[in-house]
Ligand binder design. Structure first.
Ligand SMILES: [Zn+2]
Ligand SMILES: [Zn+2]
Length: 365
């Protein structure tokens, strides 16, 4: 099959023919139909990611069709439409059993090493193993993944839109709906209007927030935020916290969301949360070794800070439900698909992302 291989950090991906072995027990062969290009792919490709490895096949925002199942697979069947999950849901580990976290423990260690759960790879080239990325490796015509990492969705859902639910969009929606559990009638501020921030704006709207302020540096992105339900927009930078306090009677917002990964913005998000009960949810990923500065008085006076990975969503349960809400017309996905490209144009997708041109480039296979 054809796949985009990260050969060397800091170099363009190389699209080439590689081999994919049959799915083993508990594994599934998926034919990819669409795949978004996300910052995490670029972060690893750049070499900055301390846990990155090469060579490997990148990509983690995939959607496709189950082509074949291995032995003992019960969760999906041939022909099912699926979204790939870098954050799996085994349903059995102590974290899956808890309503308080989505961080499934079942395959973490092998996944972090670029292996499938049995410690080997299905990807290879001239007999040499190639590693899987995030357990997904969706910059390829096909992938083999564990069944616990596939969300079975409505077969009517267009897969070019569904793939965005594999990462950024679900992360933002979940941060509002699942992690923060935004209440109807509340005030929310979302810092950052990329895929995650726009998802958080949409999540706040679905939760019935009365006032949703979105903060970003780009007027185009703030316009998109209005389309997702932001009632107010604001240009980021110095003085944002003061402006938010002014807008909220001097108290701050019931909920704030950080979706830029910038630790200075994270601090603003903490300080813009309301005294007494304001909840700041951190969804952006900070750079290696960076720390968040918080004046403890902000916490003593009732603000809380929490983090959200993949929006706190349990993927196999929650992603199909979000896709259903999209199909019901509650989530407007079309404005997020800025560019449609082929697998051979994958490096162009990275360039567009670096130039902040649009929200998502989607590879169509
Ligand atoms: Zn991602
Ligand atoms: Zn689990």
């Amino acid at each position: 099959m054809r796949a985009a291989v990260l050969e060397q950090f800091g170099r363009p991906l190389v699209v080439q023919e590689i081999e994919l072995a049959d799915p083993g027990p508990g594994e599934v062969l998926v034919r990819l139909v669409a795949c978004g290009i996300c910052h995490t792919d670029a972060y690893t490709a750049s070499g900055v990611d301390p846990s990155g490895y090469a060579p490997c096949v990148l990509g983690h925002e995939g959607a496709g069709v189950v082509e074949r199942i291995g032995a003992d697979v019960t969760m999906v069947a041939e022909g099912d439409h699926v979204v790939t999950l870098f954050s799996p849901q085994c349903g059995e580990c102590v974290h899956c059993a808890s309503p308080d976290t989505n961080l499934c423990l079942a395959i973490r260690e092998q996944q972090n090493l670029g292996h499938l759960p049995d410690g080997t790879t299905r990807l290879s080239r001239q007999g040499e193993p190639l590693r899987h990325f995030m357990g997904t490796s969706t910059f390829a015509e096909y992938t083999v993944m564990p069944q616990i990492a596939l969300a079975k969705i409505d077969p009517q859902a267009p897969l070019d839109a569904a793939c965005l639910f594999a990462c950024g969009l679900s992360t933002g929606l979940g941060a509002a709906l699942r992690t923060a559990k935004v209440r109807a009638g509340s005030t929310a501020v979302v810092f950052g209007a990329g895929m995650v921030g726009l998802g958080a704006v949409a999540g706040c709207r679905l939760a019935g927030a009365e006032r949703i302020v979105c903060v970003d540096l780009s007027p185009q992105r703030l316009e998109l935020a209005r389309g997702q339900g932001a009632t107010d927009t604001m240009t980021g930078g110095e003085g944002v916290v003061e402006k938010i306090l002014e807008m909220t009677g001097g108290f701050g917002a019931d909920y704030t969301f950080e979706a830029t990964g910038n630790v200075k913005v994270m601090r603003q998000a903490v300080e813009a949360a309301r005294m007494g009960w304001g909840l700041c949810t951190i969804a952006g990923v900070a750079g290696r070794g960076e720390t968040l500065e918080v004046v403890p008085r902000y916490l003593i006076t009732g603000r809380r800070v929490c983090g959200s990975s993949f929006g706190g969503l349990k993927g196999r349960d929650d992603v199909p439900a979000l896709v259903d809400r999209f199909m019901a017309g509650e989530i407007d996905v079309a404005p997020f698909i800025s560019h449609r490209i082929t697998l051979d144009q994958v490096n162009r997708g990275f360039e567009l992302m670096e130039a902040h041109d649009g929200i998502r480039s989607v590879i169509e296979f």
